[in-house]
Design a protein around this ligand. Structure first.
Ligand code: COA
Length: 188
């Protein structure tokens, strides 16, 4: 496994969550609940500072075990927390993963999610030995679908009953990013 590291395109930075981020993460999630809640099961009225702290503890431990890589998306200039992105559900044999993102409501519409997705996908292929990153988007999530389209992820179609959000069973659009999209060769 490799140490915690920071990624940047000089507009945003991605860095692992640190102890002490919980208040800012809590604020970002709470301000965004109306936008997050329809698409993310964990984003509900029970979200607390303690939830944020537990998430940070878990993600730091998952990083060490190589089972998930979660990053805070921050402003490269002033360090403000803009959102979150992660590689999760890493398949140890087939080397693919889920690529997820959210952006706090006050920062929507600036192309931040796409920048984050490109940075974390490159990390997946260059550092984490993955060969495919899946962006799985619930049907109806137009904003996220636009992100995937704008970064030219491969649109692989609509998968039926692919996702459960809370108590809702949803179809989902499957998009993928591959090492070749970044001029890289898939390496195991
Ligand atoms: C989806 C999401 C990550 C997009 O992040 P972003 O940084 O705002 O992305 P973009 O700036 O590229 O905008 C993407 C689309 O969002 C929509 N959008 C942008 N600003 C918006 C706003 N203020 N209000 C509503 N929709 C908006 C537009 O459709 C836009 O597409 P366009 O650029 O073709 O107009 C963000 O809206 C979000 O966090 N949503 C809730 C969580 C979520 O759905 N995560 C993805 C799960 S698969």
């Amino acid at each position: 496994m490799f140490p915690f590291l920071k990624l940047t395109d000089h507009i945003i930075s991605l860095r692992p969550y640190e102890f002490g981020d919980e208040d800012e993460l809590f604020k970002a999630v709470r301000e965004s609940l109306p936008d997050l809640n329809p698409w993310m099961s964990w984003a509900n009225d029970n979200y607390s500072v303690e939830t944020a702290r537990t998430f940070i503890t878990l993600t730091r431990s998952y990083w060490s075990s190589g089972s998930m890589y979660a990053f805070a998306i921050t402003d490269a200039n002033n360090g403000e927390l803009l959102g979150s992105c992660s590689l999760s559900h890493i398949h140890p044999l087939y080397r693919f993963c889920n690529l997820g993102y959210w952006v706090r409501s006050s920062q929507r519409g600036k192309g931040i999610a796409g920048c984050a997705a490109k940075l974390i996908a490159r990390f997946a292929f260059e550092k984490a030995s993955l060969i495919r990153a899946e962006i799985v988007i619930a049907a109806g999530n137009t904003a996220s679908r636009r992100v995937a389209q704008k970064i030219r992820a491969h649109d692989e179609g609509l998968l039926l009953n692919r996702m459960v959000i809370g108590t809702r069973v949803c179809d989902a659009h499957m998009f993928s990013l591959l090492p070749s999209d970044f001029g890289l060769v898939a390496q195991l």
